[in-house]
Ligand binder design. Structure first.
Ligand SMILES: [Zn+2]
Ligand SMILES: [Zn+2]
Length: 647
């Protein structure tokens, strides 16, 4: 046997005969697989070349993928045991779990899922080893004679599914799946899993192809990790903005208008206005000029901008009138460019920062529409900045600062930036001179450094015309959302032949930066609602104070208190329903009003109020004027939570 050289995690190098497996050399205590030159590999798969070895722990991102994909095999194994003749399609790991798609005559019911899960537990308890085999294409096609989806994958030579020039399959106990691997050594190495739900899904996501039945599940490295995940799911469910939107009377999606097109009710509209007012004031202070553009434009505009070429799939179809085609706009950029180009520009006017709350329309497939976070009518807080080459770096740095400051005001404090740069492997794909790209990428990197937030470079994530920074935030329960984008554009200034006259009196092409801060107001609204679980901070709450008179005889005093609050621009609401005081206090809590003031005889005599917060903490006998001043100060400071006066 030829010898191979294997480098171990402690740095030692071992000579071993070819055919040695990682399990023979590594400590596999917590490992589900090995890493061979950083590629996941079965612990029991023979090695045939020099390599660096490491264990892949179950409690890691890639380790969980192996675990979850192995659970998907066990799921398909159980389904084919219980439903003879079931055809199985694909079963990849996904974020937090896995699924498998089946072609079966009837959709799965919750009872079916229970039976399947029980069968899976039996298969796991048996500790069946996963065994890898490699076949020729012909052998593969013969093996999956009764499995049309597997045959289709083999015929299409899909390497990611194990159907390369050599076809790899994994067997356990007679059941077999086409698969690239790797897998856990035996089914017993799947310590904790749960099936979650079933749903229809088209083969290859294509509506013209057969409808399959997809079963979703989750799998974790321990029962504790599974339980923690299920608690997170419950918490996310409690915070679901679609439910909160209805409960708090903020917005809804009328079917008569169409999917992905929300209407905002008075309370939701007020929150939206407060967000916009703050944003407008900050943009004004930040040296932005406010512009406005229509919702439709002739096809000519989108031909010049290139949208009809590379963005057409996301655009609504045109309306044709008097021989002219008009499109609802998918982006505001070309409109702002025309404003820039409306007359000759001098370097003295740069940087020129144009801002608009512009509503755009994009065709999102029905399957991806989700509450406010994925809609078809999107209001962007959109800015386009035109500047000289020298201004690019300072402008990007101040833009990122501006973005982070506004997001912090909304109570988001954990950021991660992703810097999308060129791919070194494909340098010719990009528009614009390499030295200009170098400069823009360096400027974006400096901006991220200067802002002091963690960032990672995503090589190859730039579009062919622009490097960018995406800002991601983490919400109160640790979920990551992509929000703001800052993008340097080398394409549009060229397509629209933009110019300015420089200090040297010659004509130059300006740089253009796209910047959306909230991304979209609708989406940001949804994220904020979930972040705060509906309990918006006082400055954003549509109703800031609920007044609860103990008896009808206190209604007069409630009107006095409401008047004092309204006089300074605060937003009180009197509960004059006939209910009991305790019920009214509970209603105020369900409505997530930050402050409840209970008003009784003693309060009225002392011209005071009894203050209660959503968490149940309270303070009695606070002088009315003190409370008014306290809330005014909190709103002015845009505090991210309500506090009792004096704290
Ligand atoms: Zn597999
Ligand atoms: Zn733009």
């Amino acid at each position: 046997m030829p010898e191979i050289e294997l480098k171990l995690p402690d740095g030692t190098v071992r000579q071993a005969p070819a055919g040695t497996t990682p399990a023979e050399l590594l400590d596999t205590t917590d490992a589900v697989a090995a890493l061979v030159d950083d590629e996941p590999w079965d612990l029991n798969r023979p090695l045939d070349r020099d390599a660096t070895l490491a264990p892949l722990p179950a409690a890691s991102e890639r380790g969980r993928e192996v675990l979850r994909h192995s659970a998907a095999h066990v799921l398909a194994h159980a389904v084919t045991d219980l439903y003879p003749g079931a055809k199985y399609a694909i079963g990849p790991p996904i974020e937090d779990g896995f699924y498998y798609d089946f072609d079966v005559p009837e959709p799965f019911t919750p009872d079916d899922l229970e039976r399947i899960e029980a069968r899976m537990r039996e298969l796991v308890a048996e500790g069946q080893p996963f065994r890898r085999e490699e076949l020729s294409r012909e052998e593969g096609l013969a093996l999956f004679e009764d499995q049309p989806y597997k045959r289709e994958i083999i015929e299409a030579t899909e390497e990611s599914e194990g159907a390369g020039p050599v076809v790899s399959v994994y067997r356990n106990d007679g059941w077999v799946d086409l698969c690239r691997g790797p897998h856990v050594p035996t089914t017993r190495a799947i310590p904790a899993f749960k099936l979650q739900r079933a749903a229809g899904a088209y083969w290859r996501g294509d509506e013209s192809k057969p409808q399959l039945q997809r079963i979703y599940g989750t799998a974790w490295e321990s029962e504790e990790a599974l339980a923690a995940y299920l608690r997170r799911l419950e918490e996310a469910e409690r915070r679901d903005h679609r439910r909160l939107g209805l409960e708090l009377d903020l917005f809804h999606f009328p079917t008569e208008i169409g999917s992905g097109l929300p209407v905002f009710h008075p309370k939701g509209g007020l929150v939206r206005k407060l967000m916009e007012d703050y944003s407008r004031a900050e943009h004004e202070a930040g040296g932005y000029a406010f512009v406005w553009s229509p919702h439709l434009a002739r096809s000519t505009l989108f031909e010049i901008s290139g949208h009809l070429h590379w963005y057409a799939e996301s655009m609504y179809p045109p309306m044709e009138l008097e021989g002219v085609r008009y499109y609802p706009k998918p982006m505001n950029c070309p409109f702002h460019i025309l404003i820039y180009r409306s007359r000759g520009r001098s370097y003295r006017e740069l940087p020129m920062r144009l801002f608009e709350f512009g509503t755009v329309y994009r065709w999102e497939r029905s399957g991806v529409i989700h509450g406010l976070t994925r809609v078809r009518g999107i209001t962007q807080d959109d800015a386009h900045i035109f500047c000289t080459r020298e201004q690019l770096a300072p402008e990007l740095a101040s833009l990122l600062d501006f973005v982070l400051r506004l997001l912090r005001t909304f109570g988001l404090t954990e950021f991660e930036a992703e810097l999308g740069t060129r791919s070194a492997a494909d340098p010719d794909k990009y528009l614009g001179a390499p030295e200009v790209w170098d400069q823009a990428e360096a400027a974006l990197r400096e901006a991220a450094e200067a802002a002091g937030i963690p960032y990672r470079v995503a090589e190859g994530e730039a579009s062919y015309y622009a490097p960018k920074i995406d800002v991601h935030v983490r919400d109160a329960i640790g979920r990551r959302w992509q929000l703001s984008t800052i993008q340097v554009d080398f394409q549009l200034p060229r397509r629209f032949e933009l110019e300015y006259t420089g200090r040297d009196n010659a004509r130059h092409q300006p740089f253009m930066i796209h910047r959306a801060l909230f991304g979209s107001i609708e989406r940001f609204f949804g994220i904020l609602l979930e972040h705060y679980a509906g309990a918006l901070p006082p400055w954003l709450a549509p109703v800031q104070v609920r007044l609860v008179p103990i008896a009808d005889r206190h209604l007069g005093y409630a009107a006095v208190v409401a008047g004092a609050l309204k006089a300074v621009g605060l937003r009180p609401e009197v509960d004059d329903s006939g209910g009991r005081m305790q019920a009214k206090v509970r209603d105020a809590q369900l409505a997530k009003v930050p402050y409840t003031l209970v008003l009784g005889d003693r309060d009225e005599e002392a011209e005071a109020v009894s203050v209660r917060l959503l968490d149940g903490s309270e303070r009695r006998g606070v002088p009315l004027q003190d409370f008014v001043a306290h809330l005014q100060a909190e709103v002015a400071a845009k505090a991210t939570a309500a506090h009792l006066p004096g704290e």
